[in-house]
Design a protein. Structure first.
Length: 154
């Protein structure tokens, strides 16, 4: 009898511990720019990683086919970003949020256009042009982050 009571109490304890953990887990997965980052920041991380590889081989014409493929990867993530909203949107006044998101989309579309130019430059074997587009891309990144990335989101 005593053993049964102890085992019942023990299972209740384990069960409630399990529930508590699942509540904590659900809270930490909400997409509000938590430490785990948002879906948009996930795409940005990938863009950043691949962009570093492209810059490393920008002058190496023997790698142009691979560079064009890598830019294709960046394009995939940039196009997926078009469908998302920056975390900072929620901090804008309600009446300005639609304009904020529209501005972000416009900026992202320009960014996609530049990536297409970069890919075309690699495909045409024009490494000077590729280097010039990369310089413009970095300016555009700064503008995009100044306008749409939450300042304390570094
Ligand atoms: C080569 C170009 C770019 C690179 C390498 C880049 C890289 C990054 C990185 C590393 C982050 C931080 C991710 C994290 O929180 O872990 C980030 C965040 C962010 N970037 Fe970019 N970025 C680029 C272009 C852009 C452009 C053009 C825009 C706007 C149109 C933009 C908008 C944002 C926003 C809004 C965030 C914050 C994420 C959020 O609100 O959920 N980025 N970016």
């Amino acid at each position: 009898m005593k053993i049964r009571l102890i085992s019942t109490l023990l299972s209740l304890f384990i069960l409630s511990g399990g529930l508590n953990l699942s509540v904590l887990n659900a809270a930490s997965h909400e997409d509000h720019g938590s430490d785990e980052g948002t879906e948009l920041s996930g795409h940005m991380e990938e863009i950043s990683k691949v962009f570093r590889r492209v810059r490393r081989q920008i002058r190496d014409a023997s790698k142009n086919a691979n560079s064009a493929e890598l830019v294709g990867e960046m394009l995939k993530h940039a196009k997926a970003s078009l469908e998302l909203k920056p975390v900072w949107t929620m901090d804008q006044p309600k009446s300005e949020q639609a304009d904020f998101v529209a501005g972000f989309k416009k900026n992202m579309k320009e960014f996609i256009g530049m990536l297409e130019d970069l890919q075309a430059a690699f495909q045409a074997g024009d490494n000077d042009k590729a280097a010039a587009v990369v310089a413009k891309l970095r300016d555009h990144q700064k503008k995009g982050h100044d306008a749409y990335k939450k300042p304390d989101d570094d």
